[in-house]
Design a protein around this ligand. Structure first.
Ligand SMILES: [Zn+2]
Length: 673
């Protein structure tokens, strides 16, 4: 084993850990994502070359190991019980009265914390190293998800061993932005959507392939510290502080409150402001702060007597289902949409809600005329969760056997939930595919909205996305656009803008074009991976299923869908037309700074080198990703020494630091690894 390599690996790890904490826990990053990636790649290279040096707490383990067959059950050290609920002010008052009676009138304080709507997780650390992560399960026993939990960046893999062994409990959540992005990608790929961030957090943590967990953005907030089965300090508040000092992310929105009225105000305040948070909460948890008092209060058969979960009212509303209409998407999938009597849910008026598919309608036993319960969580599209009343004159709904737009027969393929119109010339599919192509995250053609697309199609001016590139100012300016209230001309100015916007798409990078083609199961993220690994549209068109499946996250289903897409003559014709109008068919990977053979290494120069000046040597080291500092310390990886090197060289020898001459430096700067 080479001690210099071992030291370099340890330094890279320390550096990565520091940046992870700055970025994911403290939200104050010092370096760019690309710089972080470069450090991580350097670590992975060294670990690949020296697998004997890999340790389970290495930040490289966050990228996700090999998939498993299933999860192993694991008993909890002490039960993870749930809390008693208070659903309104009265129930919160009852709780407070009981507590004060049991404490014989002694004064007490509450710790109030937000109740994050996620998935509870217990983490066990030994000698400061994460050993085990277990889901709540039934409270007595959960699933060992250690490999997946390692991929959560805000969760420390190692921390100070303030106690030889301790347990941390907390909540895994998916931030709302990550949730929305994930669902957009799933929608683009024709995959079923997650109902809410809690389900997607649970789904992402409990997949068998940790690489999938790593690709999803999950966050961990710690709220409970246990040593030998109980909190090790005087109060819950001090435990939260200790967790923070150990490097865990602890929710800053917490308070210590002495009076019930203050507690209730705090709860009500957060109920009103819950939409300002980047994650979902469903209430507030209040605990008696003093652990001595907690012990005196003890437990009922099911709950601790010293804690309560104050639950916010669900943002639900009841209304009448007036009709069910069927929409045709760009992949031809037919989606039933509920037309509702308008109703306010969580401050937003709702008159439409997706019903997903016919199985969902059957599951809810839903018919037109029913009174239904709508629920809205976060910014998520409202959904019908239940039927409240089924009147006698309700009208059952059946999915049509023919496309409501082009009247072609629709087919529900084996194993699919959706019926699809298979007519590739179906106007509904064309309309949706143009809107998808023009959308912000794809080719970003600002101004090309629904009303213009409808008009272009009605006039037969656009029969494929390639036709967009033939549009002229003279054709666009006179278009009559039907608004809700009146009809207006598009006009020269808007027309010129659209022509310019379309022209600008010729410079959009290849991944956007790939996702713009509308290949089933190929969303934005997959498109990026395809472009990065294959490098060009032609390589994608020719890639074998085996080549495609060698790309991360591309499975047999995606590979088959890509092959099928490029197997159809009219798709090939479309691609050739897009090539002819000058879109980007090659992929230029974004420049990656500072990733070189010396990334992660710290150098000190001393003495006179035979050919290079000090500045030239420094420039070469930096160009290769290395860092140059002035004095030798334990953090130095290499000392480059020339003639008449003095005390720095001595110190390097003392500290057992690797020493290079100029020729070694020049050699290493040029090697690729
Ligand atoms: Zn159709």
């Amino acid at each position: 084993m080479n001690p210099a390599i071992a030291r370099q690996i340890e330094e890279l790890r320390a550096e990565l850990r520091r940046h992870e904490r700055l970025y994911y826990v403290l939200d104050t990053p010092e370096i760019t994502d690309a710089e972080y990636d470069a450090l991580m790649r350097r670590l992975l290279e060294l670990e690949t070359a020296h697998p004997e040096l890999i340790t389970p707490d290495s930040p490289s383990r966050r990228v996700g190991g090999a998939p498993r067959e299933g999860f192993v059950k694991q008993r909890h050290s002490t039960a993870m019980l749930s809390l008693d609920n208070a659903l309104n002010e009265g129930e919160l008052r009852d709780f407070d009265r009981r507590v004060r009676e049991l404490l014989g009138g002694e004064s007490c304080e509450y710790t109030a914390e937000l109740k994050l709507d996620g998935l509870s997780l217990a983490l066990r650390y030994e000698q400061g190293l994460l050993q085990l992560a277990v889901t709540r399960g039934d409270g007595q026993e959960g699933e060992d998800v250690t490999e997946n939990a390692r991929t959560i960046r805000s969760l420390p893999l190692r921390t100070e061993p303030r106690w030889p062994a301790f347990e941390v409990r907390g909540e895994v959540v998916m931030p709302l932005t990550a949730f929305q992005k994930l669902n957009e990608e799933r929608a683009a790929a024709g995959q079923p959507l997650y109902a809410n961030p809690r389900n997607s957090a649970a789904g992402s943590l409990r997949v068998l392939d940790p690489a999938i967990t790593a690709a999803r953005t999950l966050d961990f907030y710690a709220y409970f510290l246990l040593v030998d089965g109980r909190p090790p300090l005087e109060s819950h508040w001090e435990c939260l502080q200790a967790l923070q000092e150990l490097g865990f992310k602890v929710n800053p929105n917490r308070a210590r409150l002495a009076q019930l009225d203050e507690l209730f105000d705090w709860c009500r305040g957060w109920d009103e402001r819950r939409d300002t948070l980047p994650y979902e909460i469903d209430g507030v948890v209040a605990k008696i702060d003093s652990l001595t008092q907690q012990d005196r209060l003890g437990w009922t058969a099911r709950f601790p007597r010293w804690a309560i979960a104050y639950k916010f009212a669900a943002r639900q509303a009841e209304t009448v289902l007036e009709d069910i209409q069927v929409q045709v998407g760009r992949t031809g999938a037919l989606t039933p949409v509920a037309k509702l009597r308008p109703v306010a849910v969580g401050g937003v008026t709702v008159s439409n809600a997706t019903l997903h598919n016919e199985d969902e309608i059957a599951r809810l036993d839903l018919a037109i005329g029913d009174t239904v319960v709508l629920e809205r969580s976060g910014d998520v599209i409202p959904k019908v969760v239940a039927v409240r009343e089924r009147p006698a004159d309700r009208r059952p709904f059946a999915m049509p056997s023919h496309c409501p737009v082009c009247e072609s027969e629709v087919i529900r393929a084996e194993g699919e939930v959706a019926r699809r119109c298979l007519n590739t010339n179906c106007p509904a599919r064309l309309r949706e595919s143009i809107l998808h192509f023009a959308s912000r995250s794809v080719m970003d053609i600002d101004g090309l909205g629904e009303s213009i697309v409808d008009e272009l199609m009605a006039r037969g001016m656009v029969k494929s996305v390639a036709d967009l590139y033939l549009l002229t100012l003279e054709q666009l300016a006179p278009l009559e656009l039907k608004g809700e209230k009146n009809t207006r001309k598009l006009g020269e100015k808007s027309a010129a803008k659209i022509v310019a916007e379309i022209d600008a798409t010729r410079q959009r990078p290849l991944p956007r074009l790939i996702s713009g083609l509308g290949i089933a199961f190929v969303g934005e993220r997959t498109a990026v991976l395809l472009a990065e690994h294959l490098g060009s549209m032609d390589a994608l068109m020719q890639a074998s299923p085996e080549r495609l499946q060698a790309i991360p996250e591309v499975g047999p289903k995606v590979a088959e869908s890509i092959r099928r897409f490029f197997g159809e003559p009219h798709n090939l014709e479309l691609v050739e037309r897009l090539r002819a109008v000058g879109l980007q068919f090659a992929y230029d990977a974004p420049a990656r700074p500072a990733a070189g053979p010396l990334t992660g290494m710290t150098f000190v120069l001393t003495g006179t080198l035979p050919t290079l000046t000090r500045d030239e040597a420094k420039a070469k080291i930096e160009a290769a990703g290395g860092k140059v500092t002035g004095s030798v310390s334990k953090k130095t990886t290499v000392v480059v020494a020339g003639e008449e090197a003095g005390s720095k060289l001595e110190k390097a020898r003392e500290l057992n630091i690797e020493i290079w001459d100029e020729s070694t430096l020049l050699e290493r700067v040029l090697t690729q690894k």
